[in-house]
Design a protein. Structure first.
Length: 145
Protein backbone atom coordinates (compact mmCIF):
# COMPACT_ATOMS: atom_id res chain seq x y z
CA UNK A 1 0.00 0.00 0.00
CA UNK A 2 1.47 3.37 -0.93
CA UNK A 3 1.58 6.37 1.43
CA UNK A 4 -1.59 8.07 0.15
CA UNK A 5 -3.56 4.81 0.16
CA UNK A 6 -2.40 4.17 3.73
CA UNK A 7 -3.44 7.66 4.83
CA UNK A 8 -6.82 7.28 3.12
CA UNK A 9 -7.39 3.85 4.66
CA UNK A 10 -6.58 4.97 8.20
CA UNK A 11 -8.60 8.16 7.77
CA UNK A 12 -11.57 6.09 6.60
CA UNK A 13 -11.24 3.81 9.61
CA UNK A 14 -11.16 6.89 11.84
CA UNK A 15 -14.30 8.24 10.17
CA UNK A 16 -16.02 4.92 10.78
CA UNK A 17 -14.90 5.13 14.42
CA UNK A 18 -16.52 8.57 14.79
CA UNK A 19 -19.73 7.01 13.51
CA UNK A 20 -19.30 4.10 15.92
CA UNK A 21 -19.14 6.49 18.87
CA UNK A 22 -22.21 8.31 17.55
CA UNK A 23 -24.07 5.00 17.44
CA UNK A 24 -22.83 4.10 20.93
CA UNK A 25 -24.09 7.42 22.31
CA UNK A 26 -27.49 6.85 20.67
CA UNK A 27 -27.73 3.26 21.91
CA UNK A 28 -26.47 3.66 25.49
CA UNK A 29 -29.17 3.64 28.13
CA UNK A 30 -27.46 5.55 30.96
CA UNK A 31 -27.02 9.29 30.59
CA UNK A 32 -23.42 9.08 31.85
CA UNK A 33 -22.52 6.64 29.06
CA UNK A 34 -24.27 8.76 26.44
CA UNK A 35 -22.25 11.80 27.54
CA UNK A 36 -18.98 9.85 27.72
CA UNK A 37 -19.47 8.40 24.23
CA UNK A 38 -20.40 11.81 22.85
CA UNK A 39 -17.21 13.31 24.34
CA UNK A 40 -15.14 10.52 22.79
CA UNK A 41 -16.92 11.07 19.48
CA UNK A 42 -15.99 14.74 19.56
CA UNK A 43 -12.37 13.91 20.36
CA UNK A 44 -12.23 11.31 17.60
CA UNK A 45 -13.78 13.84 15.19
CA UNK A 46 -10.85 16.16 15.92
CA UNK A 47 -8.46 13.33 15.09
CA UNK A 48 -10.40 12.77 11.87
CA UNK A 49 -10.07 16.47 11.01
CA UNK A 50 -6.28 16.31 11.44
CA UNK A 51 -6.10 13.27 9.16
CA UNK A 52 -8.38 14.92 6.60
CA UNK A 53 -6.09 17.97 6.70
CA UNK A 54 -3.18 15.65 5.87
CA UNK A 55 -5.17 14.31 2.91
CA UNK A 56 -5.87 17.85 1.72
CA UNK A 57 -2.16 18.73 2.10
CA UNK A 58 -1.47 15.82 -0.25
CA UNK A 59 -4.03 16.99 -2.85
CA UNK A 60 -6.56 14.34 -1.84
CA UNK A 61 -10.24 14.85 -0.99
CA UNK A 62 -11.23 14.48 2.67
CA UNK A 63 -13.12 11.43 3.90
CA UNK A 64 -16.72 12.47 4.54
CA UNK A 65 -18.74 9.27 4.48
CA UNK A 66 -18.85 5.85 6.09
CA UNK A 67 -17.13 3.02 4.23
CA UNK A 68 -19.00 -0.01 2.97
CA UNK A 69 -17.18 -2.04 5.63
CA UNK A 70 -18.21 0.50 8.28
CA UNK A 71 -21.83 0.40 7.12
CA UNK A 72 -21.83 -3.39 7.24
CA UNK A 73 -20.35 -3.30 10.75
CA UNK A 74 -23.01 -0.78 11.87
CA UNK A 75 -25.74 -3.03 10.46
CA UNK A 76 -24.26 -5.99 12.32
CA UNK A 77 -24.20 -3.92 15.52
CA UNK A 78 -27.82 -2.91 15.02
CA UNK A 79 -28.82 -6.54 14.61
CA UNK A 80 -26.82 -7.71 17.61
CA UNK A 81 -28.05 -4.79 19.74
CA UNK A 82 -31.58 -6.07 19.18
CA UNK A 83 -30.68 -9.13 21.24
CA UNK A 84 -28.01 -7.57 23.46
CA UNK A 85 -27.84 -6.68 27.11
CA UNK A 86 -28.11 -2.87 27.18
CA UNK A 87 -25.10 -0.81 28.16
CA UNK A 88 -22.79 -3.78 28.64
CA UNK A 89 -23.31 -4.69 24.97
CA UNK A 90 -22.55 -1.11 23.90
CA UNK A 91 -19.39 -1.10 26.02
CA UNK A 92 -18.31 -4.41 24.47
CA UNK A 93 -18.79 -2.97 20.95
CA UNK A 94 -16.79 0.16 21.84
CA UNK A 95 -13.99 -2.00 23.25
CA UNK A 96 -14.01 -4.13 20.09
CA UNK A 97 -13.87 -1.05 17.84
CA UNK A 98 -11.05 0.56 19.81
CA UNK A 99 -8.96 -2.62 19.66
CA UNK A 100 -9.54 -2.79 15.91
CA UNK A 101 -8.52 0.80 15.13
CA UNK A 102 -5.53 0.75 17.50
CA UNK A 103 -4.25 -2.48 15.93
CA UNK A 104 -4.68 -1.05 12.46
CA UNK A 105 -2.62 2.05 13.31
CA UNK A 106 0.03 0.00 15.19
CA UNK A 107 0.48 -2.32 12.22
CA UNK A 108 0.79 0.59 9.78
CA UNK A 109 3.28 2.49 11.92
CA UNK A 110 5.38 -0.60 12.65
CA UNK A 111 6.67 -0.45 9.07
CA UNK A 112 9.42 2.17 9.35
CA UNK A 113 10.67 1.86 5.82
CA UNK A 114 8.16 3.29 3.43
CA UNK A 115 6.13 5.98 5.16
CA UNK A 116 7.14 9.51 4.21
CA UNK A 117 7.59 11.97 7.10
CA UNK A 118 4.68 14.14 5.90
CA UNK A 119 2.40 11.12 6.21
CA UNK A 120 4.02 9.48 9.23
CA UNK A 121 3.69 12.52 11.52
CA UNK A 122 -0.11 12.92 11.21
CA UNK A 123 -0.51 9.15 11.59
CA UNK A 124 1.60 9.15 14.76
CA UNK A 125 -0.40 12.05 16.18
CA UNK A 126 -3.64 10.28 15.34
CA UNK A 127 -2.37 7.08 16.93
CA UNK A 128 -1.66 8.94 20.19
CA UNK A 129 -5.26 10.18 20.20
CA UNK A 130 -6.58 6.73 19.32
CA UNK A 131 -4.55 5.20 22.16
CA UNK A 132 -6.52 7.43 24.53
CA UNK A 133 -9.72 5.92 23.15
CA UNK A 134 -8.38 2.45 23.75
CA UNK A 135 -7.60 3.38 27.37
CA UNK A 136 -11.10 4.85 27.71
CA UNK A 137 -12.77 1.67 26.46
CA UNK A 138 -10.60 -0.50 28.70
CA UNK A 139 -11.63 1.63 31.68
CA UNK A 140 -15.30 1.27 30.75
CA UNK A 141 -14.93 -2.47 30.38
CA UNK A 142 -13.19 -2.74 33.75
CA UNK A 143 -15.55 -0.46 35.64
CA UNK A 144 -18.95 -1.14 34.19
CA UNK A 145 -19.16 -4.34 32.20
Amino acid sequence: MNNIELLKDLTQTTYDSVEGYRKAAETAEKSAFKKAFERRRNMRAKTLQHLNNALLANSQPPITDTSVQGEAHQLFLTLTDTFADGDSAVIARVEEGERYIANKFETALADDSGILPGIRLPLQEAYRDISEGEKFSAMLEEEFA
